[in-house]
Design a protein around this ligand. Structure first.
Ligand code: G6P
Length: 555
């Protein structure tokens, strides 16, 4: 693998820094003086229509961002990723989530393995299983069909499935409900199982490593709940619980040996591979809960959507390559305009978990401060992603985006068609909703001048408080409707944006060593919390004090 390039020593970086120093943001003026601006900065990728024109972009900036991509060999690294090179060097692994959505007719040999064939053989097993559950052929221990599927996982084994389930609710089979247990806080299992009937409940234990404390603990709690409740209902007698577990527990993992150790029959387990990062795994067998809920056809459309964006990313020329342009734009915002965060504002209630999903995707990928050769980084990487659906956010935090002192680039996402049919007299509600999206991006870009505020008859002393400076960058992403395919495209778009930023910054976007220390310490601290005095004494003063507080108040 090639050494990473320090982006700050490239010629393009120097020119961009110069352009920044001369930049006088003026979206009003830029739109007035260039009637081609919208056309020039609006792009289509598969079904996504992306308008970058309300960003603080000029022709020169864009040209130099593309030069920066060139000098840092972003597209070379893209090709290495798609080909299965071990670009995740700290774990010596390929990064091949793109193989999960390739058509069955494709071929890709990686490390001596035909990966597309492997992918489709697991997919077919997942689809068979999903059909059995959907059609009522998969029976619980008392012969009843499944009505509730509970996915137990955390991080990438939770955020993707729950986000997609919420986003595609209109496609969920009637009479089937899915729930998602992630937190080790025991209230999560308690609340999500409280009104369930174990006879008709199926648990999917989803964990790439099958070592994650939260997931294994929750799986044990769920197993205890299942067996105890079945016993209490008289549906289970005797000591042999293996059949009940086999009929009510399946697993998804790359570690099938550990699945067996837990007591789940490997025949009821679906595998995937170490070249799928957890946060890139919703389109692997980790999506089994979705294949059940949505059905194999919709899941296949979802995968085809990812693939359409992959093909765009691989084939579109750089000047029209949407993930490349959006990734570079983020670099411009972070490294030259000083943005520390990035808002994602879906105007689609169904996407209410999308920002949380993106937080793992982007921040676990690019929250790094060394390059992939270990060199220390002295420029900003990994901005904070956050957001909530509009219009709710408008009544909460938009104030800061409009008038605060920080620059917060925002992605607005909206769909032309409402997901649910509206009564004839109510069609205007969707239009009112979309008007809010259009209005917000307009207000951010063009603001309201002192003169305009005065012209409204505003008392002079509050004119400054009512001025909107404008020049707040936003990107608008639209699609005809939120279908499985469009959602796949949207996820793949952000995966590749994240890739592009990581490639420019020279970071390995595919490891996550930063989550390890806390996990180690939790296990080390646990004896102290549970009562071991020597373990308590071994802690630092602050931690000791906090644990003592817990002990005094635990009741
Ligand atoms: O799927 P699992 O192996 O249980 O991992 C679940 C999650 O936990 C880890 O701490 C990682 O930071 C995540 O990237 C991962 O998605």
């Amino acid at each position: 693998m090639k050494d990473p390039i320090n982006p700050t020593i490239t010629e393009a970086w120097t020119r961009l820094a110069q352009l920044k120093s001369e930049l006088e943001p003026d979206l009003r003026g830029w739109f007035d003086s260039d009637r081609q601006r919208v056309e020039k900065f609006t792009f289509d990728a598969a079904d996504l229509h992306v308008d970058l024109s309300k960003n603080l972009l000029t022709d020169d900036v864009l040209k130099n961002l593309l030069d920066l991509a060139d000098e840092t060999d972003v597209l070379g690294r893209r090709d290495q990723m798609f080909a299965g090179d071990h670009i995740n060097n700290t774990e010596d692994r390929a990064v091949l989530h793109t193989a999960l959505r390739r058509p069955a007719t494709d071929k890709l040999m990686v490390d001596g393995q035909e990966v597309v064939t492997d992918v489709h053989s697991v997919l077919n097993r997942v689809y068979d299983f999903a059909n059995k559950v959907r059609e009522g052929q998969w029976k619980g221990i008392t012969g009843k069909s499944i009505t509730h599927v509970v996915n137990i996982g955390i991080g990438g084994s939770d955020l993707g499935p729950v986000m997609v389930y919420e986003a595609l609710k209109p496609y969920v089979k009637e009479g089937l409900e899915c729930r998602f247990i992630s937190n080790i806080d025991p209230t999560d299992v308690a609340q999500k199982t409280a009104d369930l009937d174990p006879e008709t409940t199926l648990f999917i234990v989803a964990s790439k490593t099958f070592t994650t404390l939260e997931t294994l603990t929750n799986a044990r709690l769920a197993r205890t709940w299942l067996l105890d409740t079945l016993r209490a209902q008289g549906a289970l007698q005797g000591d042999d619980t293996s059949e009940a577990v086999a009929k009510h527990f399946v697993a998804v993992s790359t570690a099938l040996d550990k699945v067996a150790e837990f007591g789940i029959d490997p025949a009821n387990a679906f595998g995937f591979w170490d070249w799928v990062g957890g946060r890139y795994s919703v389109d692997s067998a980790i999506g089994t809960v979705l294949a059940i809920a949505l059905g194999p056809d919709n899941f296949a459309d979802f995968l085809a959507g990812f693939n359409a964006m992959d093909v765009h990313f691989q084939q579109a020329e750089p000047e029209k390559n949407v993930p490349l342009l959006m990734g570079l734009l983020n670099v411009w915002n972070v490294n030259f305009l000083g943005a520390a965060s990035h808002a994602v504002l879906p105007y689609a209630q169904q996407l209410h978990r999308f920002p949380a999903y993106l937080q793992q995707l982007t921040m676990e990928s690019n929250g790094k401060s060394v390059r992939w050769d270990g060199a220390q980084i002295d420029y900003a990487t990994g901005e904070i992603f956050w957001g909530e659906p509009g219009t709710n956010g408008q009544h909460a935090f938009y104030q800061l985006i409009h008038q605060g002192t920080q620059l917060i680039p925002a992605d607005f996402i909206a769909f032309a068609r409402s997901a649910y049919p509206l009564a004839d007299g109510e069609k205007n509600v969707h239009e009112l909703f979309l008007s809010n999206f259009f209005a917000q991006t307009k207000a951010l870009a063009f603001g309201k001048t002192e003169e305009e505020v005065r012209a409204e008859g505003t008392a002079e002393e509050i004119v400054p408080a009512r001025v909107f400076t404008g020049n707040k960058p936003s990107t608008s992403i639209m699609a005809p409707a939120l279908t499985p395919s469009v959602l796949g495209q949207l996820i793949a778009l952000y995966e590749h944006i994240t890739f592009v930023q990581g490639a420019v910054w020279g970071v390995n976007s595919y490891d996550q060593w930063g989550v390890e220390l806390g996990k180690q310490l939790a296990l080390q601290i646990y004896p102290a919390v549970a009562g071991d005095e020597a373990a308590l004494e071994a802690q630092d003063d602050s931690t000791q004090e906090l644990i003592r507080y817990y002990r005094e108040n635990r009741g």
